[in-house]
Write a protein that binds this ligand. Structure first.
Ligand SMILES: CCCCCCCCCCCC/C=C/CC(=O)SCCNC(=O)CCNC(=O)[C@H](O)C(C)(C)COP(=O)(O)OP(=O)(O)OC[C@H]1O[C@@H](n2cnc3c(N)ncnc32)[C@H](O)[C@@H]1OP(=O)(O)O
Length: 302
C-alpha cells in the first residue's frame, strides 16, 4: 500500500486529517462508545442516526428543537456520530438533514456567544472549528437534504457537503448572513463559500448578508438542486446512489485534492483563529449587536 501525504491508499479509510489535530482526541468514555454501528439506529439526544448498512449509508438528523442552533452539546454529539460512521467501513455516505420542522439549522447558538467568559468562547470556537474540519475533509459522501431555513452556521454545514438539495419553500432561505448581526464571517467560512459559488458572488453575498430563497440559491450555485418539499429525501437518496457509483479511493483522493489547501489554512492557525474570535466576540459593541439581534428574534413572535 502506498502512502500519499499521510493517507493510506488501498484501504477504504484514506485519510483522517483530524487525527493529529490538537484537541481532536475524544475522551475515554466517548472512545468506548465508538464501535460498529450495525443496522439499528443510534445517536444521541440531539443527533439521530438512521443507518442503512445494506446501502452503505446513514441518514443523520439534527434534533435540537426549536431551531437546531449549534450549541456546544450539539456540536459535540455531531462530531461523535460522524466519527462513528467514519470509523465503520460499512458506511460510504451520509445524508444530513433536520428533524426540526421548517429549520435545517439556525446556525451557531447565539446564547453560546453572548454574556459568557473568554474560556467558554474559546472552547466553543474550538468545537466549531472541529466540526467544520471533520465535515469538510470527510471521507464519506455527504449530501445535505435541506428541509428548512439554513442561515449562517447552518449554511456553512451544508456547504461542507458534496451536494445540496433544497426544499422549494420561500421560507427556506440559505446564506451567510453574519453581517446582518453585526459580526464577520471568519476567513474559513468565506473560503468555503468562495469554493462553492465563486469570488464575486461571495463578495456580494457576504457583505450584504444575503439569505437566498431557493430559486436564487440555485441560480448562484449555493445549492445544486431545488425540489418539492416531499421529494427532498428521495432526491438526496438518488443523488447519493450516483456519487456512490464512483470508486471510493478515486473520489476521496479527488475530494482531498480539492479541499485540503482550504482546510490547511485553518489547521495552521487554529489557535490564532480562536484568539481572534474570543477578542472579537468579547467586544462590548459586538455583544450589544448580538443582544439587539436576539431581541429582534424574540420580538418577532410578540
Ligand atoms: C477585525 C476583523 C476580525 C475578524 C474576526 C472574526 C472572528 C469571528 C467573528 C464571529 C463569527 C461568528 C459566526 C457566527 C455564525 C452564526 O451562525 S451566527 C447565528 C446566525 N443565525 C441567524 O441569524 C438565524 C437566526 N434565527 C432565525 O432567523 C430564525 O430563528 C429561523 C429562521 C432559523 C427560524 O425561525 P422560526 O421557526 O420562526 O423560529 P424563531 O421563533 O425565530 O426562533 C425560535 C427560538 O429560537 C431562538 N433562536 C433562533 N435562532 C437562534 C440562534 N442562532 N441561536 C440561539 N437561539 C436562536 C429564537 O430566539 C427563539 O427563542 P425564544 O423561543 O424566543 O426564546
Amino acid at each position: 500500500m502506498a502512502l500519499v501525504a499521510g493517507m493510506r491508499v488501498g484501504s477504504r479509510v484514506l485519510f483522517r486529517p483530524w487525527a493529529w489535530l490538537p484537541g481532536a482526541a475524544l475522551g475515554r468514555k466517548e472512545s468506548a462508545a465508538r464501535g460498529r454501528v450495525g443496522a439499528r439506529g443510534f445517536g444521541s439526544q440531539r443527533v439521530l442516526v438512521e443507518p442503512d448498512p445494506a446501502a452503505g449509508i446513514a441518514v443523520m438528523k439534527l434534533k435540537s428543537p426549536p431551531v437546531n442552533s449549534l450549541s456546544l452539546e450539539l456540536l459535540t454529539e455531531f462530531v461523535i456520530s460522524l466519527e462513528k460512521l467514519e470509523n465503520d467501513k460499512t458506511f460510504r455516505g451520509i445524508i444530513l438533514t433536520s428533524d426540526c420542522p421548517g429549520v435545517f439549522s439556525a446556525g451557531l447558538d447565539l446564547m453560546e456567544m453572548c454574556g459568557k467568559n473568554p474560556a467558554h468562547y474559546a472552547e466553543y470556537w474550538k468545537a466549531v472549528q472541529e466540526l467544520w474540519l471533520r465535515l469538510y475533509l470527510s471521507n464519506l459522501v455527504l449530501i445535505a437534504a435541506i428541509n428548512g431555513a439554513c442561515p449562517a452556521g447552518g449554511c456553512l454545514i451544508s456547504l461542507t457537503c458534496d451536494y445540496r438539495v433544497l426544499a422549494d419553500n420561500p421560507k427556506y432561505v440559505i446564506g451567510l448572513n453574519e453581517t446582518l448581526l453585526g459580526i464577520v464571517a471568519p476567513f474559513w467560512f468565506k473560503d468555503t463559500l468562495v469554493n462553492t459559488i465563486g469570488h464575486r458572488t461571495s463578495e456580494r453575498a457576504l457583505q450584504l448578508g444575503i439569505l437566498f430563497p431557493p430559486a436564487e440559491a440555485l441560480q448562484v450555485g449555493m445549492v445544486d438542486k431545488v425540489v418539492p418539499e416531499d421529494q427532498v429525501q428521495s432526491t438526496a437518496l438518488s443523488v447519493m446512489a450516483q456519487w456512490l457509483s464512483i470508486p471510493d479511493h478515486a473520489r476521496q483522493l479527488t475530494k482531498n485534492m480539492m479541499r485540503k489547501a482550504t482546510a490547511d489554512r485553518l489547521v495552521k492557525q487554529r489557535d490564532s483563529d480562536i484568539q481572534n474570535f474570543v477578542g472579537f466576540i468579547s467586544r462590548d459593541s459586538i455583544q450589544k449587536s448580538l443582544q439587539v439581534y436576539l431581541g429582534k428574534l424574540r420580538q418577532k413572535k410578540g
